[in-house]
Design a binder for this molecule. Structure first.
Ligand SMILES: [Fe+2]
Length: 230
């Protein structure tokens, strides 16, 4: 009997979560860790999803002059561009600018992030600067929740494609990228070590629909806007 021939498998309505590793992350993370701690000493955090001993910096990381912050900021549009291509979009990024913001999270013992989205944007990302070396249970894990209503039907199939939720603990130097509308939360840090991450949001805007002209990309990246040069 002849075998069935695979013609195609199309992941329609999918929810891709991309993981990248940033080159030279060890040195970069040393710089970012000290820059983040210093920022925390000099700036009041803001209250968003962060709870417990969780410091959420102001949103202006992209305009900070520190070398570590600047270096990682340049990676966000690159990561977004990789994501767009990997999920099969055929848009020409040369036709687009983007708007972005970014901030630092420092979760100490008990710090966590309640469930939320970043829904005004297209893509969101988290870069892992410092992860506690002690790993236990769900401490510090990021959890994504399936927004489909039918996942309970597929429980027996035991696959992430239909799971009700998934939890990740990326390594230091990893950057994950996901749709901004995807519900997510961060479990409490159950260690005495800091968990430091940088979070970002990005929305693409067609140049012919953008309201502002952008004369100097390198300057405007610091303000959160730049042309896309990947
Ligand atoms: Fe978030």
């Amino acid at each position: 009997m002849e075998q069935l021939k695979l013609v195609d498998l199309d992941h329609v309505f999918s929810c891709p979560i991309l993981k990248l590793q940033v080159p030279g992350y060890k040195n970069l993370n040393k710089k970012i860790s000290s820059e983040a701690r210093l920022w925390r000493k000099t700036a009041q955090g803001i209250n968003v999803s962060n709870k417990g001993d969780s410091w959420h910096s102001p949103d202006g990381l992209l305009s900070r002059p520190e070398p570590g912050f600047s270096e990682i900021s340049a990676m966000f549009p690159k990561a977004a561009a990789i994501y767009v291509k990997k999920v099969g979009s055929d848009i020409d990024l040369a036709d687009y600018t983007f708007e972005a913001n970014a901030w630092v999270n420092i979760n100490k013992r008990g710090g966590y992030n309640a469930i939320h989205t970043h829904g005004r944007f297209h893509l969101s990302g988290v870069y892992y600067v410092k992860q506690p070396s002690v790993v236990s249970g769900e401490s510090g894990m990021i959890e994504f929740v399936n927004s489909r209503f039918d996942h309970h039907i597929f429980r027996e199939l035991n696959t992430n494609a239909f799971a009700p939720k998934i939890s990740l603990r990326p390594n230091e130097g990893d950057m994950i990228v996901f749709p901004s509308t995807l519900l997510h939360s961060v479990y409490p840090n159950e260690t005495d070590e800091e968990r430091i991450t940088i979070a970002w949001n990005l929305i693409f805007q067609r140049k012919d629909k953008a309201t502002a002209t952008i004369p100097n990309p390198s300057q405007l990246l610091k303000k959160g806007k730049a042309t896309l040069k990947i």
